[in-house]
Design a protein around this ligand. Sequence first.
Ligand code: 5GP
Length: 176
Amino acid sequence: MLDDSSFEVLFSADEIRSRIGILGEQITKDYDSVGEDTVMIAVLKGSILFYADLVRQVQLPITMDFIGISSYGDKQESSGVVRLTQDLSTPIKDKHVIVVEDIIDTGLTAHYLLENLQTRSPASLKLCSLLHKPDGSKKAVDIDYLGFTIPDKFVVGYGLDISQRYRNLDYIGWKK
Ligand code: 5GP
């Protein structure tokens, strides 16, 4: 059995769903004229549930791709060491790119990723993140589409893990 009784709900499945509906509408409106040339990139693994729900709210003929970045390992604090573990399957030159992240904490991961992708000459590059912890910031990054701002506490569920577990919770919570 999945014992999630030690977690308190921060955002329920319903709250997440309705926020994603709004983000999807915004992206649909903003990319209306360039939908065919738009690539939405999921940053593995944390963003996959958010990504899967978000792309279904974007009513445009986008393409999908995936990139892997090392983050915390099993620790609950940023190491500052960022590494590409899996690259995109197709070039993004002249494409309108939206990077979809689970959470921006120190900003180190997103900063590294955006710099890396920028060198590939996309037509445009924007960042979408489900969560943002502004108090954890070490590197400023602009978040173009944001789900929720949260306090500097460790959260789990809806893609976010503790030692690779609990990603499959349909809500976001933290330890009671
Ligand atoms: P940053 O480089 O911005 O410090 O961290 C980005 C990555 O750290 C996220 O993609 C995520 O994998 C992990 N992370 C940051 N804060 C949390 C948190 O509260 N919970 C979980 N599960 N992962 C986090």
